[in-house]
Design a protein around this ligand. Structure first.
Ligand SMILES: Cc1cc2nc3c(=O)[nH]c(=O)nc-3n(C[C@H](O)[C@H](O)[C@H](O)COP(=O)(O)OP(=O)(O)OC[C@H]3O[C@@H](n4cnc5c(N)ncnc54)[C@H](O)[C@@H]3O)c2cc1C
Length: 407
């Protein structure tokens, strides 16, 4: 249930293993976050390695991070094997800092190399500013194994392969009831029903109250995107890298050039509000020109929002509710690699091919805290924004009064 990238990936693994698969989607293929996102595919989760290790222990956290690297490779491999040209895969991701932290950055690069054999390249402030003409940026990290792509076209590519393999996809078919009779699950929609041995729920930030335990275990968070008009020459005065860019703030901006550098796709901000603000384009443009004042005259052509599911622990929720009833959700803002691994490990569990999904057991279905939980998330975000601002101001002031940052 749910044809986002979690559902599509799981369906594909099952179909490739010879299972009969039916995918029910309330709207259209990848209508939710999977078809609306920034398309940045990089390793990691929505929370840090240290936070993961503090709950699961170092060794489990290490395995989880390796799995997150595998997620990037699963997507790349699917694009290669299925020859999904429309996914427009482009290599490279730059993570840039808005405050001076060159020492920590270089230590992190060393640690990634030693712990995961994962190569990252350090970029000095000068290197960064050659690529991104903004006073706001300090040092950065270049990740050549990460990439960006057109997520909706990728999702459609997976759906086409499912159809080739004989699976059935029903769009505009919202599941409205799940019951179980004599060991078989019955999933009802308004226009028909499906009988299945196993049911997998992959409804992301659009999970409704069909299964109350799932509805009460995540918080739907909205985030925003805009795309600019075509303005290649003006854009080249600001962004000279074909890699995706994300900054290291807790409330970060992320963006990349699309259409061969003709336009910028820009994302940022999170909110627990469920309605889309009327001034969304203006709000994100303000963030864009705060970083790149030279883009002040650029027009925003389109803006949109999407909903992500976040658990309180910020990790994916992947597991079994009951005999034959599985869930795979809450990928937060880091879903492009994690939906690939989530979909894969849950399909492996259904096939009894592995129990890798149990690596996620320490991050179960915790209560989301109800209205208070939602309020707390919004307050935390505002708190982060203030902390980011203070940290940046400290770095800017250090430069102004001529203090040389530590080597
Ligand atoms: C604007 C935006 C930008 C983002 N940028 C990035 C990025 O650059 N990189 C990154 O890694 N992550 C990013 N993310 C996060 C990522 O998109 C999500 O984590 C991921 O797509 C979640 O996938 P999913 O399959 O779990 O859910 P979704 O893609 O939301 O799919 C859930 C589907 O379930 C369907 N559904 C719901 N209820 C029912 C029902 N009862 N019956 C049938 N179907 C149902 C919905 O219609 C929907 O299509 C971004 C998210 C947003 C919103």
């Amino acid at each position: 249930m749910g044809a986002g990238l979690a559902g599509l990936t799981a369906a594909l693994v099952l179909a490739r293993a010879g299972k009969q698969v039916v995918l029910l989607e309330a709207e259209r293929i990848a209508w939710g976050a999977s078809g609306r996102n920034g398309g940045v595919v990089s390793p990691g989760y929505s929370t840090s390695f240290n936070k993961i290790a503090s709950r699961t222990g170092y060794d489990n956290a290490r395995l989880l991070h390796l799995l997150s690297i595998e997620g990037v490779e699963i997507v790349r491999n699917n694009i290669d094997c299925l020859d999904i040209q429309e996914a427009h895969l482009r290599d490279g991701a730059l993570r840039v800092s808005r405050f001076e932290n060159s020492v920590e950055t270089q230590e992190h690069i060393k640690w990634m190399e030693q712990t995961f054999d994962y190569p990252l390249e350090y970029k000095s402030k000068e290197d960064v500013q050659d690529l991104l003409v903004s006073e706001k940026y300090f040092n950065g990290i270049s990740d050549s194994r990460a990439f960006h792509f057109h997520p909706l076209n990728y999702a459609i590519g997976l759906a086409n392969e499912l159809i080739n393999l004989g699976s059935k996809i029903f769009e505009r078919s919202r599941a409205v009831k799940i019951s179980r009779k004599n060991g078989t699950a019955v999933i009802e929609t308004l226009s028909g029903l499906v009988r299945a041995k196993d049911v997998l729920i992959t409804c992301g930030g659009y999970t409704d109250r069909l299964v109350p335990k799932l509805a009460n275990s995540y918080i739907p968070i909205s985030t925003y995107m805009v795309i600019t008009e075509s303005a290649k020459e003006l854009i080249s005065t600001a962004i000279r890298s074909t890699a995706s860019v994300g900054d290291s703030r807790r409330s970060s901006d992320y963006y990349r050039l699309v259409d061969n550098g003709e336009r910028i796709l820009w994302g940022g901000m999170i909110t627990t509000q469920q309605t889309e603000p009327a001034r969304l384009g203006i709000m994100l443009k303000k963030r864009m020109i705060e970083t790149y004042p030279q883009l002040a005259s650029i027009n925003i052509e389109r803006s949109w929002s999407g909903k992500m599911a976040y658990a309180k622990h910020l990790m994916p929720q992947i597991g079994k509710l009951d005999e034959g009833l599985w869930y795979c959700m809450s990928f937060g803002g880091h879903g492009m690699n994690t939906t690939a691994i989530g979909g894969t490990v849950i399909a492996e569990a259904i096939l009894r091919a592995s129990d890798r999904y149990k690596l996620f057991s320490p991050f179960g279905l915790e209560w989301n805290g109800g209205i208070l939980g939602t309020g707390a998330v919004q307050l935390t975000y505002w708190h982060y924004q203030i902390k980011d601002f203070m940290q940046e101001r400290k770095s800017q002031n250090q430069i102004k009064i001529g203090v040389t940052p530590c080597p």
